[in-house]
Write a protein that binds this ligand. Sequence first.
Ligand SMILES: Nc1nc2c(ncn2[C@@H]2O[C@H](COP(=O)(O)OP(=O)(O)OP(=O)(O)O)[C@@H](O)[C@H]2O)c(=O)[nH]1
Ligand SMILES: [Mg+2]
Length: 233
Amino acid sequence: MTISVILPTYNERETIVPLVGEILSAVPEAEVLVVDDDSPDQTWALVEQASAGDPRVRVLRRIGRRGLPSALADGIAQAKGAAVVWLDADGSMPAAVIPVLVARLEVAEVAVASRYVRGGQDTRTSRVRVGTSWLINAFAALLLGWGVRDYTSGFIAVRQAVLDRVPLRTHYAYGDYCIDFLYRVAQAGFRIEEIPYRCGERRGGETKTAPDLRQFVGLGLTYVVSILRLRFR
Ligand SMILES: Nc1nc2c(ncn2[C@@H]2O[C@H](COP(=O)(O)OP(=O)(O)OP(=O)(O)O)[C@@H](O)[C@H]2O)c(=O)[nH]1
Ligand SMILES: [Mg+2]
């Protein structure tokens, strides 16, 4: 199966180049698409420089636009692979899991790298982050179905054909796009498999999710509202 790996980036110059290298070692035949929102730290330029002459690496620089869900959707629109994979570019998600996910696409339409199935782990240091993620995912599973445990995974392999049927919805604030996507994929009757993995701390740079506690709680509530809307709308 041909593979496209999408890496959304905003100010990830500390982690992106080694990560692209690790991905190409794990899946040498893949194309890697970096979707960068014109990062002030020039992530896009660094990738272009480091991968010059390697046709497997492409940079999509979006000027005047921001947002994780829409960056992923734009990457998906450009992806040529029959298997489309996306993950964070901060080094928290190990590239070695990618071939395992893609291999599962032989039997499932969607493969999710999961912190919450047996063998999975969330080893981030912030108890608030780890605890909040766990709670939101338990709440999501309770309302939307236990067929998925890591609704906010963000580390996913999907057959391109599924994305044609269930396109990402980009009006979401952040990781709630992922809850929405997995729920609709399950509702459409596609097979979803979860592969345990160990989520680590970002290897450098700064979080984009919610730099302070107030914003973090606000984002958590946004996710809860998104879950309730999906369930009861
Ligand atoms: N293109 C693009 N990428 C983004 C944007 N916001 C976040 N990202 C990327 O999305 C990925 C996830 O962002 P993170 O800041 O790691 O968020 P997180 O994983 O929820 O939080 P951490 O606990 O800090 O890892 C990273 O690769 C970011 O660079 C954006 O507006 N545009
Ligand atoms: Mg991250």
